[in-house]
Design a protein around this ligand. Structure first.
Ligand SMILES: Nc1ncnc2c1ncn2[C@@H]1O[C@H](COP(=O)(O)OP(=O)(O)OP(=O)(O)O)[C@@H](O)[C@H]1O
Ligand SMILES: [Mg+2]
Length: 456
């Protein structure tokens, strides 16, 4: 007999591994089960919010699925593009203050209540870009980020925007209105977080790479091309860090243990990279170790504070709306533990992330326009972009004592360490995921070593 449960299981079993947000595509699912089914009806339509457990040899993962039962035919479809479904969830959130009936098992948390009344039948647009969660835009008013992998309520992706919106004057991030939550195994998890919708031209990555490629192809790239935009991104970054320093609960300094951890993580990535097939194209391993150890030794000389940081900061995490820029996606590096992602760290991690991203942008633009990245024009542009970003950032960080190392040599050593660390991480990522991009971080690693030997 075909029961609803069997039918749901069949749908989940056959479809889940193909979904963009399913992160373990290369592994075989050993067992799969529906752990929770929050189902409800609107008119004659039935919806299911499922928590599905996927078991592998040595671990299990949990994912949320949002489904609508097909009418007249068997099977289900994704409910996130369904106007009634998304408006119902928005209403549960918006009517929190008026106390109208919600959906059993789902709670709303209001941070900054938006000035939108419930009961509107807003247009629904599902974000079509590649992403690991699913963002849905409502009536050009709300951006609802539906989490796919089980995400605790204290995830930095919600915790930080919540604190920035309610506890600081920082306006360069979409306002965080609140969230919908559910309880599972005695803990609270995010169904979705809800933000102000920002009409935008795409991310700074898309904007910058398109413009750089156009200028390269028409031989019009100047040293100062797009310097206004780079300055603006640097100001936003400094303001973000100033605001994050205010919402950091502790006031701790970087200590020897932090420095040791940075060193051992770097060496682990280095080992993985050098055991790879591209090791012949890399500089000698002892030199890489020596340079990073020498930089970390210098870092011990002068104390500076740790604060909450963005944690996965690059041009793709800033959306451009004319002359305004909005920082999004505070999840941190997705493969890191929640505990790691919630820990304060050095702001120079974010700064090095953005510098590497600017270098990626010009290198990628060279790749698509068939231009040698070693030619003087792209090189000069990157040097301008790097100096302009850093100079502007530091000017706007003034007044914030001890977040940036006071000693110039310590500052440079820490930045150099994080940049090399990031480039090694990128090389490892590219060789395993996008081999045709591996040249970008490898080129950067060689440049960093050349510059270090000139300095040293
Ligand atoms: N408030 C907003 N207003 C308008 N568009 C937004 C808003 N927030 C996010 N977006 C769009 O949704 C996309 C995905 O958002 P986000 O980066 O938060 O999702 P994600 O699932 O964490 O993505 P990733 O897999 O890249 O980490 C963004 O690139 C942006 O285009
Ligand atoms: Mg993300």
């Amino acid at each position: 007999m075909i029961t609803l449960e069997n039918e749901l299981m069949e749908y989940v079993r056959s479809g889940i591994a193909r979904e963009r947000w399913f992160v373990s595509k290369s592994r075989t699912i050993k067992d799969i089960s529906i752990e929770r089914d929050l189902s409800f009806s609107i008119g004659d339509s039935t919806y299911h919010i499922l928590i599905v457990k996927t078991g592998f040899d040595d671990f299990s993962d949990f994912y949320a699925l949002f489904l609508k039962k097909r009418k007249d035919v068997s099977g289900f479809e994704n409910a996130l593009g369904d106007k009634k479904f998304v408006n119902k969830l928005a209403d549960v959130f918006l009517s929190e203050r008026t106390g109208s009936p919600g959906i059993p098992g789902i709670f709303a948390e209001l941070v900054i209540p938006p000035s939108i009344a419930s009961g509107h039948d807003m247009d629904v647009v599902v974000n079509r870009e590649e992403q690991s969660n699913s963002t849905v835009f409502l009536g050009k008013k709300l951006a609802m980020k539906f989490y796919r992998r089980l995400t605790p309520a204290n995830s930095p992706d919600y915790e930080l925007p919540k604190k920035l919106s309610s506890g600081t004057a920082f306006t360069d991030t979409p306002q965080c209105f609140g969230s919908l939550l559910y309880e599972f195994n005695g803990k609270l998890y995010l169904l979705c977080s809800i933000f102000q919708y920002i009409e935008n031209e795409g991310s700074c990555w898309t904007w910058l790479t398109e413009n750089l490629a156009k200028l390269l192809m028409s031989s019009e790239l100047k040293d100062n091309s797009m310097n206004e935009e780079i300055k603006a991104i640097a100001v936003v970054t400094a303001e973000l860090h100033n605001a994050l320093s205010k919402v950091t609960d502790s006031s701790e300094y970087v200590d020897e243990r932090d420095i040791e951890n940075w060193g051992s993580e770097f060496r682990a990535n280095l080992r993985a990279l050098y055991s790879n097939r591209i090791s012949n194209n890399l500089p000698p391993l002892p030199i890489m170790r020596e340079i990073s150890t020498a930089n970390l030794e210098k870092v011990k000389r002068s104390p500076f504070r740790k604060i909450r940081i963005h944690g996965d900061y690059h041009l793709g995490q800033i959306i451009k709306a004319g002359k305004k820029y909005f920082v999004i996606d505070f999840e941190g590096e997705p493969m890191r533990s929640l505990e790691y992602r919630r820990k304060p760290s050095s702001v120079l991690k974010d700064v090095s992330g953005m510098l590497r991203s600017l270098h990626y942008a010009i290198s990628y633009a060279c790749m698509v326009s068939g231009i040698d990245p070693d030619s003087s024009c792209p090189e000069k542009w990157y040097i301008m972009a790097q100096n302009l970003f850093l100079g502007t950032y530091l000017t706007h960080m003034k007044g914030d004592f001890h977040i940036i190392p006071d000693d110039k040599e310590v500052f440079q050593a820490l930045l150099d360490f994080f940049i090399l660390d990031k480039a090694v991480y990128e090389a490892l990522y590219e060789v395993n995921n996008r081999p045709e991009w591996t040249g970008i971080p490898l080129h950067a690693i060689k440049e960093i070593l050349k510059n270090s030997s000139q300095k040293g």
